[in-house]
Design a protein. Structure first.
Length: 438
């Protein structure tokens, strides 16, 4: 029954051609299948998750056009509410609350209010519309309004007692990081298992018992404890969030191969996740899999052509493969998108200085870094002075040591600079070194 699936491209086409009645008919078929057909659980939920999680201005305009054509349609109102939520999440950002401006919070709350208005009306029109309740629960978490979330969950479970998205959202809202507790998470997971014979997806929640997500991310583990932790939680088929957490944690603990494996499993089911794909590409570079990393870089650039990290990662992959010219092109494009990124500046300058030997370009980047008091600027300058060669290497090394030698974190740089100095030829008229006193 895949004929009831709806893609982003089809949604756009039907709305722009004024054919929203056809769109709504297909969504209604997906809703009926979700309620009645074995194996079709979460069909409509999946459509909403995949199509209406875009908070861009373009998607907002599309939703407004849909509502103008069909102002009292529950599917349109629920989709509009989901897009408002996605935009609110973008406005809020990923920083901790103390690093988020009041302006961002005000914008978030305004958008959440608009989302609530659309969603409340949607479930008045269609009390069986599970994606609307699912969005309400996410809004409740962002808005610190557990009563709103609990009410939405009760109404949803009254019409669809085995709803996987609703139980999954409730378990997520019950995490300690959102003011809940592991005990509450475990109770909800156990309650969900009572309905697992009707909806096998609910068994996925077993991987979140005991607060698996936070335990995996925050465990101060040695390798043996890590292995035990992963065996414990991956004995069950994991939720995507648990896979994502495992990939991040494996990277942080210095296990790039495991990080690539977990992120690859995550991307099988959620290939559009930019962060996971960038993380996997970084891991492939650590594992010296440059060819695969280039392929991933190509995908990243297609997915997000305005993302500096996509070009930066592909540039690193090209360089690792022995192709400094394409590497330089990608680093240059990344810097067009973010001209002040010091890591990108150094990467490009390093290619100029040590690969393509574009001395003037490398020298200019060294100047930029030095003006920002970045120690890597002195290193680049010294490398060019040694390799081209240019005069002034000894002075560059002295300046570096005067500025940075007291910083233990920069000891590797200091050692490299001293090494360059030791390689200087001794002038023919130089006096003999003074005898060492014992």
């Amino acid at each position: 029954m895949l004929d009831t699936e709806v893609t982003s491209a089809e949604v756009r086409d039907l709305i722009e051609r004024g054919k929203v009645a056809q769109l709504q008919e297909r969504l209604a078929k997906a809703e009926t299948a979700q309620q009645l057909e074995p194996g079709a659980q979460s069909r409509l939920d999946r459509i909403y998750n995949q199509v209406f999680s875009d908070g861009s201005d373009d998607m907002r305009a599309l939703m407004d056009a849909w509502k103008r054509q069909s102002p009292e349609n529950a599917f349109a109102l629920a989709a509009s509410g989901a897009v408002y939520l996605a935009t609110a999440q973008t406005q809020r950002g990923d920083d901790f609350a103390d690093k988020t401006s009041q302006t961002a919070f005000d914008a978030m709350h305004r958008l959440l209010g608009l989302a609530r208005s659309d969603l409340d009306r949607a479930v008045e029109i269609d009390p069986k519309l599970i994606p609307a309740y699912h969005t309400m629960i996410h809004i409740a978490r962002m808005d610190s309004d557990p009563r709103y979330g609990s009410d939405a969950a009760k109404r949803a479970l009254a019409v669809e007692p085995a709803s996987f998205p609703i139980y999954s959202s409730l378990v997520g809202m019950a995490e300690p990081r959102w003011g809940g507790s592991v005990a509450l998470m475990n109770r909800l997971i156990a309650q969900a298992q009572m309905h697992a014979p009707r909806n096998a997806l609910l068994r996925l929640l077993l991987s979140q018992r005991d607060g698996a997500w936070e335990l995996i991310e925050n465990c101060a583990c040695d390798d043996f404890a890590d292995a035990d932790l992963y065996r414990r939680f991956f004995a069950e088929v994991p939720m995507l969030g648990v896979l994502r957490a495992a990939g991040w944690a494996a990277e942080q603990r210095g296990h790039p191969a495991l990080a690539v494996i977990y992120r690859s499993e995550f991307l099988r089911f959620y290939p559009a996740d930019l962060g996971a794909r960038e993380g996997r590409t970084f891991g492939l570079l650590q594992l010296e899999r440059a060819g695969w990393a280039i392929e991933e870089g190509n995908i990243l650039v297609r997915m997000e052509p305005r993302d500096q990290n996509a070009y930066g990662l592909r540039g690193s992959a090209y360089r690792a493969s022995g192709d400094p010219f394409h590497a330089a092109q990608d680093f240059e494009q990344a810097l067009r998108l973010n001209p002040q990124d010091p890591d990108l500046l150094f990467s490009l300058g390093d290619v100029y200085a040590n690969e393509t030997h574009d001395w003037e370009k490398g020298w200019a980047i060294a100047d930029q870094l030095m003006q920002a008091n970045d120690p890597r600027g002195w290193l680049l300058r010294a490398q060019i002075q040694k390799a081209q060669p240019r005069e002034g290497l000894d002075q560059t090394v002295r300046e570096f040591m005067q500025r940075f030698s007291a910083d233990p974190a920069l000891r590797p740089f200091a050692e490299r600079m001293q090494s360059l100095r030791k390689q200087l030829p001794v002038p023919a008229h130089a006096p003999a070194p003074a005898p060492t006193l014992h």
